[in-house]
Design a protein around this ligand. Sequence first.
Ligand code: FAD
Ligand code: MLT
Ligand code: ZN
Length: 491
Amino acid sequence: MASLISAAVHMATSSRLFLEQLAALVGPRGFTTDADAMAPWLTDWRGRYHGAAAALVSPANTEEVAAVVRLCADHNVAIVPQGGNTSMVGGATPSPDGGAILLSLRRMNRIRSLLPDSNLAVCEAGVILANLHDAAAEKGRRFPLTLGAKGSATIGGLVSTNAGGTQVLRFGTMRGLVAGIEAVLPDGSIHSALAPLKKDNRGYDLKSLLIGAEGTLGIVTAATLTLVPAFAERRVAWVGLNDPEAALTLLRRLEAALPDAVESLELIPAHALDLVLAHIPGTRAPLDAPHPWHVLIEATAPESPSTLGDRLTAELESAIEADIVKDATIAASLAQDDAFWRIRDSISEAERAGGVAAKHDISVPVSYMPRFMMETAPAVERAFAGTGVIAFGHLGDGNVHFNVMAPAGAPPDWLASEAPAISAFVHDAVTAAGGSISAEHGIGQMKIDELERLSSPARLNALRAIKTALDPKGIMNPGKLVPLAKKPRPS
Ligand code: FAD
Ligand code: MLT
Ligand code: ZN
């Protein structure tokens, strides 16, 4: 198979004429080559990847995106799409060679329509998730997907990573919430399919291909999203328990006792709580005594007044009697709800402040995750002396962030020198369990080698064939998600 990126991709960016044409397409508000203006967007959220770009281009509408893509396709110039730049896998960071343009969707931040009666919102790619939450709430509706980066992450980024978050248990991932899509394909043509069709059998599902494509198949410019009715009551509980198995047992009991009410069950080890308390100002432990593990539970009811609080209390009491739960408290106010959630949502930030870690975003079958965690964490710590595993997150989805903290006093190059072997160890265990090395963050540039190492020929060939068919010039977010085909050895 021919190489996905032609050598010409990196050539034309130095051409002044090309940059002038680009600037003319989007106007002065949409174009800069100023190093200071571009700098914040050339490093990823964790500060692990540093890139360069020939220009930062910010189109105002879909037609401008299409014109930019056409020009880049004509000149074989690579495009790195970017939304809120909260990727956990370096997906929105260009390579350091500076050959690509960074295409920001942040100016396209209009909610084109929000129709409460049909439970739909049409959002441009640059709409920030928290802004959609607020707009939906004003109309008595809710966009149910949420995550810690909601103040920055955009609809285009969420669609392109098929994001998960803390409400997947009840509402699924982004894929299930996208009812229609508008995108600019790598040749600059516009795929306009925003109509929310319940049935559509016109062959291959382009919408599904673009969801989770990480900008490698085109640029998402807008999406029609499914809303749900706002809840009338919410209860947020913080629970202390002995191990992840107990957490899953609790979830199953709650699901049986409170059908359709449980939205989140997030697992938090003591070490993660300690990091949050140490690094995030204004946080305090919800329970008086320490526990090795905690869960945050969110349950909602569509009506008010409801019996939700009483039923949740009764279930937690019964779980304490059954020795599944050691202690529990239910937030007594909206402010306390938010305080509990702030602890959960700040784990990544606290962990970033707490030191270097080799990060893994893994899934295995839900019922197997507790055992996987309890066996793999000590195995990693034995194999890599001085490391400590912090595994937290979406236990009810069989997805945890299995992060391996560097030993105290580790040298500055620890991540570069040690992380590959640690990640291989963790990913081998995940693969042996039939799991995924990317449950929700995507592959980006961080996991591309591991994807190649651990994927079957069937998966790799299909990924490459789809990429080559839709993006024959290899201009869309090169170096992300799709491993290049190896050149055949000369015989
Ligand atoms: P970016 O980071 O800008 O881009 C992400 C990828 O999508 C890149 O490959 C980029 O090229 C591509 N892209 C962006 N916009 C477009 C577009 N319009 N068209 C085509 N491609 C595009 N993720 C989860 O799934 N669950 C979580 O719980 C979660 N929690 C997080 C908590 C924190 C504190 C942080 C920092 C991140 C978290 N993330 C989580 C990861 C991240 O927020 C998601 O991946 C999110 O979807 C990225 O959105 P973004 O707009 O920032 O995209
Ligand atoms: C989370 O669930 O908090 C995230 O996906 C972020 C992380 O992995 O650090
Ligand atoms: Zn997560």
